[in-house]
Design a binder for this molecule. Structure first.
Ligand SMILES: *Cc1c(COP(=O)(O)O)cnc(C)c1O
Length: 385
């Protein structure tokens, strides 16, 4: 059933990259829980399989599947989203310059500034939703631009087609962290990005039981460099984790439709309570980039943030919900609530948080796929508490 680009998204989610097991006919790809492969003859491994850091059939099925969903040709899986992002930057060398969206995932900022900068790479953060600011941040030695849209947790939207044009004109490479949108809602490769990265921990797996990451590209050179890094540095996912994500992906389109619908309802509910200017969700007509989001995305995802006005109100709200569990992470079927300034974005300096709008009153919801009436009732009782 190979790449099947002729099929629609939901069909690809279920079938792409998978085929019944050749030895038994098992419809599900087996979990190849092995570290090595027996070689029948010296120097002639069976079907090319030698050692599981380098090749694993379960991982390969996952890589083919996500590549097909992102409209790319190569998928390269990693042990976590951070390992994937690190591998992409490690294609570059000391002295190279990287531009990144200032409102990226807190861990991405931490990796860039507290780890990779020490090794001689230079980083500049920018508000990439402003194309002129992006253009101005690019230097002669800029090799890489890392964008996230919608951003975490402010749900700011960057124009991907315009960014790809700017980055390509500068001879640099554009990678887009598509974790929040998922390929169901947005496909950056179709808009000109060179590569897409996911924390598959989130919507791709969707069941809060795996840490994983993956990069998709249609560029053969980038893919070969990433394959080399996957082998050379070794941050690979285990076969069981790869299998779990593959299983989760079979319902991505069904889950994501529900997340989109529930996210919209929760955003509208919060807009009524707090006022639309305090709610950050690209599906609200009052969102500053609503028109762009409508052009670029097919749905607006299940992530909603609200500025409650104070740490005290935020802290009461996140501890009063019953269905929304107070926890880091996002993108699972169960609803979560979090406080970015104290939780996910604690590593981001306070003045940078203030500039981005990540105030002490900000609360972020990952709206799950429960019945939305129950979620709204839970928010209602939590706000009354
Ligand atoms: C969670 C997350 C990451 C990091 O992924 P891990 O799987 O936790 O390593 C990167 N980017 C975004 C947008 C995320 O939400």
């Amino acid at each position: 059933m190979g790449n099947d680009s002729k099929h629609r998204f939901g069909t690809r989610a279920i079938h792409a990259g998978q085929h019944p097991d050749a030895s038994t006919g098992a419809i599900m790809p087996p979990i190849y829980q092995t570290s090595t492969y027996v070689q029948p003859k010296l120097g002639e491994p069976l079907h090319g399989y030698e050692y599981a850091r380098v090749q694993n059939p379960t991982r390969e099925a996952l890589e083919r599947n996500v590549a097909a969903l992102e409209s790319g040709t190569h998928g390269i899986a990693f042990a976590s989203g951070m390992a994937a992002i690190e591998a992409f930057v490690k294609r570059r060398s000391a002295g190279d310059h990287v531009v990144y969206e200032e409102n990226v995932y807190g861990g991405t900022h931490r990796l860039f500034v507290m780890v990779l900068q020490r090794l001689g790479l230079a980083f500049t953060s920018v508000d990439s939703s402003d194309p002129d600011a992006l253009r101005a941040a690019i230097r002669p030695n800029t090799r890489l631009v890392h964008i996230e849209t919608p951003t975490n947790p402010m749900m700011k939207v960057t124009d991907l087609a315009a960014s790809a044009e700017i980055v390509r004109a500068a001879g640099a490479t554009l990678i887009v962290d598509n974790t929040f949108a998922s390929p169901f809602n947005q496909r950056p490769l179709e808009l000109g990005a060179h590569a897409v990265v996911h924390s598959s921990t989130k919507y791709l797996n969707g069941h809060s039981d795996v840490i994983g990451g993956i990069i998709v590209t249609s560029d053969d050179t980038i893919a070969a460099e990433l394959r080399f890094l996957q082998k050379a540095a070794g941050a690979v996912p285990g076969p069981f984790d790869a299998w779990l994500v593959l299983r989760g992906l079979k319902t991505l389109h069904v889950r994501k439709e529900r997340h989109n619908a529930n996210g919209q309802r929760v955003a509208e509910f919060l807009a009524e309570r707090f006022g639309p200017e305090r709610v950050f969700y690209p599906g609200l007509p009052t969102h500053p980039q609503h028109q762009l989001a409508r052009r670029q995305m097919r749905g607006f995802t299940g992530m909603v943030s609200v500025d409650t006005g104070s740490l005290q109100r935020a802290s009461r709200l996140v501890q009063a919900t019953r269905l929304f569990s107070l926890a880091e992470s996002l993108g699972g079927v169960e609803s979560l609530v979090g406080h970015p300034a104290i939780m996910t974005h604690a590593a981001v300096p306070k003045e940078m948080r203030d500039r981005m709008g990540v105030t002490e009153g900000l609360v972020r919801f990952s709206v799950g796929s429960e019945d939305v009436e129950d979620l709204l009732a839970d928010l209602e009782q939590a706000l009354e508490a």
